[in-house]
Design a protein around this ligand. Sequence first.
Ligand code: F6P
Length: 326
Amino acid sequence: MADIKKIAVLTSGGDAPGMNAAIRSVVRTAVYNNIEVMGIKHGYNGLIQGQFISMNARSVSNILSVGGTILKTSRSLEFMKPEGRTKAFKNLKKHNIDCLIVIGGNGSFTGAIVLQKEHDINIIGIPGTIDNDINGSDYTVGCSTALDTALDAIDKIRDTVNSMERIYVIEVMGREEPFLALRVALAGGAEDVIFPQTEYDIDKMCDDMRAGHKRGKLSWIIVVAEGVATAHDVSKRIHDNTGFEVRPLVLGHIQRGGGPNAVDRILASQMGKMAVEAAIRGEKNKMVGIESHKEVLTTFEKAIKKDKTRTMLNDNVYKLTKILSV
Ligand code: F6P
């Protein structure tokens, strides 16, 4: 057991539904264990600027169902520089913080690794990102709600797709990880997906569409994972090739918004508690996660690594989408 008297919590990187539920769980688990807790506003930027606030059980009332993050968040350029990290460390020391809990994704954990290498500070991570691109947890906080949100949009677009017998190309977020694009395509009954790690062939896709038209299949939804191609570009190429009416749509930051669903509220609540308990045990440089229903800890280094299993799972989801779109 470590002698933990005071912890701090921040959210960093892109906001994700369920971050508030995670903050609430961290704060209340700390209070339950007689540990003082401070919130840091605006992620690593606020850590550098000393934006610390005292928190208690009541400071996190009524936030369980609210989207975004009450602590605000940022992508900090200053934290990428050693001088910025030194300022951040000094502020942690000034406030006598024994452990920092970081709720965020890849970039946030990369920052945590560097801070810990340069300075003597314990950090515990909670994976909070819609991208689900982290090893060491089956799901990250936010990805389930983001999937629901994207699916809701696709279901609505499907009404126009069917009624007007058009082709829609829908661009879905997810950085380099096609988790969201592939799952929403399967759940939304899309006809095809363009995503990283596979070759895509627009000419073949257009041949399929022409053949589909002959069979009476006149409505198509193509999902595009951001970063591989843009919805506008793909739409234009399909239209130029086939002459069919094609409309592009970018779902964008809508996917990050809204209150967390039940899955994310539960996951965030579990992970917040796990993070504080890991801090109490003296764990450091690790992320909490849930894999196959088991609570696990993973080093930040392993958490942010590219993973082959994920690529295999993605391929299987893609194959299923294609089979079901026959
Ligand atoms: O990591 C979450 C995410 O929404 C990604 O899916 C996306 O690529 C990125 O953040 C967008 O970042 P920003 O909000 O800075 O535009």
